[in-house]
Design a protein around this ligand. Structure first.
Ligand code: NAP
Length: 459
């Protein structure tokens, strides 16, 4: 081995270690930022190592790509708002997976019939997963961005048709293992995989998109690992496998938090339900006026704040923190209840509240806060809906039956901040809003809470 090869392998090893340390750091909010920086540094090492590779014959295209990619990435980092982060992530997956698919196609067109069974298997796997992840992620992006209908697109016999298409695609892959020279089969498999990605994601509702994206992330990672085998590149194998498995574990954890099975997410067309399935969703929603709400809060002993997607869209996290500060100055205990699937991406609420400098010790999970809710004076539901829907607990026929929720209806008083009668992402009506204990405070969460802060100060 030449000394430059030793150096390249050393940078790859360092990059891999940094990726593992980065992932470990990201498993806790206190160390997440450091974890991110370690992973970034690891990526820099991997790029440097790759740039020194002896197989590179021309640097012009690489430098052009590096400049273009860095410019687009920096612009996206600066201008894409936090609320659009899920669709931004979907777009990144699409680009990453497309790159993997292109590398596979290029390797196949260079070596074709000369490929060994092993390399053909790696390239086939890479192109198959890369292609379906590309189109699947683009559809996920379009759904989340509202460019195509967010509700599931379904038709009769859809699952059977999709399975048949997948079977033909996999059969083409197997055929190629035996006959790597059959180039028309390779290109047929590639085209079918692109089509399959579209058909896989179209029937899935926008509410399930974050789970699907975690799964597509996992596919993109595995496609990169396969690229690593095809190119004999260790850092791609390690980083791709880490990405593949962490994405898969994340999608399983998210399904568990919603009490759904993976097959139900992928084939259940959840979110197509628009009819009210819950009991107690008729009648009157009681409004509460600002001064009333301020009085309740000012004289409470304990207040629990349940933030949801509406807090993110309103960007209300800073005023929420201000409200908590004002209450704490008055001796009120304030706790934040964080649901694992509140918002639109894992950790969405944690990120927003960290941005507003809410201490991590004030955040509580489901099993910690639910037992405290009956003795809580006021529960503030800020732009949350599905995560406090009592139907999940009380109505076995509900599409979200069994999903763990914050049982805010057990608190002495509930104040819900939302703009109007809009439903949550599941599209279901929420019986909580019709309960006697609940008062609705309509308006944009940021504006309402800013006014509430003033009112509590005067109370
Ligand atoms: P949600 O059920 O989507 O409800 C959000 C509520 O916020 C809406 O009812 C809306 O009502 C209100 N809202 C919107 N903009 C607002 C504003 N500017 N000011 C005040 N209120 C506003 O939210 P959630 O309770 O956080 O539940 C998350 C949903 O996403 C769940 O169904 C979950 O399963 C799904 N999901 C999340 C993830 C994840 O990773 N976080 C993953 C998969 C699925 P109005 O329109 O009336 O204002």
């Amino acid at each position: 081995m030449q000394s430059s090869s030793y150096f390249i392998e050393a940078t790859y090893l360092l990059a891999s270690i940094l990726f593992v340390m980065g992932l470990k750091g990201m498993s806790h909010p206190d160390t997440a930022r450091r974890g991110m920086h370690l992973a970034e540094f690891g990526m820099l090492m991997a790029v440097i190592g790759t740039l020194l590779h002896r197989d590179i014959v021309s640097y012009e295209w690489i430098i052009a790509g590096l400049l273009l990619g860095s410019t687009i990435g920096a612009m996206m980092g600066v201008w894409v708002p936090m609320t659009a982060m899920p669709q931004r992530t979907a777009l990144s997956h699409a680009f990453g997976a497309f790159a993997a698919a292109l590398v596979g196609v290029s390797e196949y067109s260079r070596h074709g019939a000369d490929l060994s069974k092993f390399t053909m298997g790696a390239i086939g796997f890479e192109v198959l997963l890369g292609a379906l992840t590309t189109t699947g992620s683009l559809i996920a992006f379009a759904k989340l961005q509202g460019l195509v209908r967010g509700t599931p697109v379904t038709y009769r016999g859809q699952n059977v048709f999709n399975m048949a298409l997948l079977a033909v695609t996999v059969a083409s892959f197997i055929y190629l293992l035996v006959n790597p020279g059959a180039s028309w089969v390779f290109y047929l498999m590639t085209a079918l995989a692109f089509v399959f990605g579209i058909l896989l994601v179209m029937p899935i509702g926008a509410a399930d998109m974050p789970v699907v994206m975690a799964l597509l992330n996992s596919y993109a990672g595995l496609a990169s690992a396969a690229t690593g085998f095809a190119l004999s590149n260790n850092v791609l194998i390690i980083a791709g496998t880490l990405d593949g498995f962490s994405g898969f574990i994340l999608s399983v954890l998210m399904c568990r938090a919603m009490n759904r099975s993976m097959t139900n997410v992928l084939f259940g067309a959840f979110g197509s339900v628009s009819a009210d399935t819950g009991a107690g969703t008729t009648g009157h929603m009681r409004e509460v006026v600002l001064d009333d709400a301020a009085m309740q809060l000012a004289y409470a002993r304990q207040v629990v704040i349940v933030p949801g997607y509406g807090m993110a869209t309103a960007q209300a996290q800073h005023v929420v923190r201000e409200l908590a500060d004002v209450l704490e100055e008055r001796g009120v205990t304030v706790k934040y209840a964080i649901h694992p699937v509140a918002g639109r991406m894992p950790g969405h609420m944690n990120v927003l509240l960290a941005e507003a400098n809410v201490p991590y010790s004030s955040l509580y999970e489901l099993e910690q806060i639910n037992p405290e809710l009956p003795s809580t004076d006021v529960a503030l539901v800020i732009g949350a809906n599905d995560v406090v829907n009592p139907d999940a607990r009380d109505n076995p026929g509900s599409p979200i039956a069994g999903m763990p929720i914050f049982e805010v209806d057990k608190a002495k008083s509930v104040i819900v901040f939302k703009r109007g009668k809009g439903r949550g992402f599941s599209g279901l009506e929420n019986p909580l809003f019709f309960k006697e204990v609940t008062g609705m405070l309509y308006g944009d969460a940021k504006e309402s809470i800013a006014q509430l802060v003033q009112a509590v100060r005067k109370a």
